[in-house]
Design a protein around this ligand. Structure first.
Ligand code: FCB
Length: 444
């Protein structure tokens, strides 16, 4: 496989999943601290309070990233570290942390890709309604301005919101993520507000960064595929499922075409979001790139004329019970290329797999032979490569994740890292998938 010379090979993380140090240097409370404190929400009763202690080990972690040959690092900024109350009072020590991190990355020749929101909303804003309150677009714009003023002389790649579907539907309707609500109307309104916030943040970053900034959003997808690609009924089922697909309908459509899917709006009835004049134009501003998070696919069969999602028993599944299907990433890239008429550069901003690992020690050296994770990585990088060969403008691939970390409601019971973390000692050990990544990323 030959990739373009300037291809970005990155690893990705997020603040709450790795930083730990939740009570240090004036950091405010986040909705994930609260959620973890609520019995029954996290499978193993854990939290991100310590996580990978990246807040203290960031210098070692930069060396680790460098040792993997990555030329980019996607991290997120914890809003409550820099604005403990969400708005108003700025915490200088929080800003300093990201300042030093960015300097350290640049010194190591690693390009920082900063995500403004990866789910750790300041609790103070949740008390004011959180994502369900339309004012959040302005709160977020103010926070984005602060970060662009602080880092915008060095950071040129910005991502506004990570996976707005998770921020809205998974967290406000399905209730699996913080704040754990179960209200369809609120979820749809929250979805609309994530996009307003995205639009306002793009304006804020462009206005406040002193270097020309590239700004985009990160959307997650689970492409709808037929259970049996040779069965016309299954093909029809996948097509029908796609028409109702929330990832495209609630997010790709508004961001790139300025409308919500008419099918989803009709299905929502009185739960449809309230939209004010000018909103759709704000949402559909020019994006410098699209970040794509993809892990798996949905398989569909037809039952009484309706698409039904089924488990593909014969396929390999990860520990998350997600089907391994690199062809899904390939078809997704082709589809988004068409939808954006080839005009929007794309990055795979997250892709990876969770499997239980075994540390084997021989002669004092530890190894993790995670063949399945390495095969997953190679399969998906190949799928990306094929799309590039067909003319799709994919600029980079970020492995999720740099290291094992706090996997939200699944606690520490999932392992996505290409680097193993021993949480008792905080020792990092590169897994075989990490060595495979290093080989892919070596540009000699
Ligand atoms: C994505 C999240 C990321 C991680 C992976 C496994 O939805 O963005 O934080 O949890 O899933």
């Amino acid at each position: 496989m030959t990739f373009p010379n300037n291809f970005t090979w990155g690893v990705a993380t997020s603040s709450y999943q790795i930083e730990g140090a939740v009570n240090e240097d004036g950091r405010g409370q986040s909705i994930w601290d609260d959620f973890c404190d609520t019995p029954g929400k996290i499978i193993d009763g854990s939290s991100g309070a310590a996580a990978c202690d990246h807040y203290h080990l960031w210098q070692d972690d930069i060396k680790l990233i460098k040792s993997l040959n990555a030329n980019a690092y996607r991290f997120s900024i914890a809003w409550p570290r820099v604005l403990p109350d969400g708005t108003g009072r700025v915490e200088r020590r929080g800003l300093d942390f990201y300042d030093k991190l960015v300097d350290g990355l640049l010194e190591a020749g690693i390009e920082p890709y900063a995500t403004l929101y990866h789910w750790d909303l300041p609790s103070a804003l949740q008390y004011r309604g959180g994502w369900a309150n339309r004012d959040i677009a302005e709160w977020f714009a103010d926070y984005a301005s602060l970060m662009a003023r602080t880092l915008g002389d060095r950071v040129t790649q910005w991502m506004t919101i990570n996976e707005p579907w998770c921020v809205s539907f998974l967290s406000h309707e399905i209730g699996e993520h913080a704040p754990g609500l179960r209200n369809g109307k609120l979820a749809r309104q929250a979805a609309h507000h994530t996009l307003l916030a995205h639009g306002r943040a793009m304006q804020a970053v462009r206005a406040c960064a002193s270097q020309p900034a590239k700004v985009g959003i990160v959307l997650n997808y689970e492409p709808c595929l037929p259970f049996d690609a040779n069965n016309p009924d299954d093909i029809e089922a996948a097509r029908l499922a796609d028409v109702q697909d929330p990832f495209h309908g609630w997010f790709t459509c508004p961001v790139f075409h300025s409308y919500y899917s008419p099918e989803l709006m009709a299905q929502s009835g009185t739960d449809a979001p309230n939209i004010q004049p000018g909103d759709m134009a704000l949402i559909a501003q020019h994006n410098d790139f699209l970040g794509i998070n993809n892990y798996t696919v949905g398989r569909y069969r037809l039952q009484n004329g309706q698409p039904v999602r089924v488990r593909n028993q014969s396929a390999e599944h990860t520990l998350m019970d997600w089907e391994v299907a690199p062809e899904g990433l390939h078809s997704l890239l082709m589809r988004l290329h068409q939808e954006t008429r080839g005009k929007v550069p794309m990055y795979v901003t997250e892709n990876g797999s969770s499997f239980a690992d075994q540390l084997v020690s021989t002669d004092g050296t530890s190894r993790i032979h995670d063949e399945r994770r390495a095969a997953y990585l190679l399969g998906h990088v190949e799928a990306t490569h094929q799309a590039i060969q067909k003319g799709v403008d994919v600029r980079g691939y970020f492995a999720w994740s740099l290291m094992d970390n706090f996997e939200w409601a699944k606690g520490y019971q999932q392992w996505f890292g290409i680097v193993h973390v021993d949480y008792a000692t905080q020792k990092r050990t590169i897994k075989d998938s990490g060595w495979a990544f290093k080989k892919l990323a070596s540009r000699d």
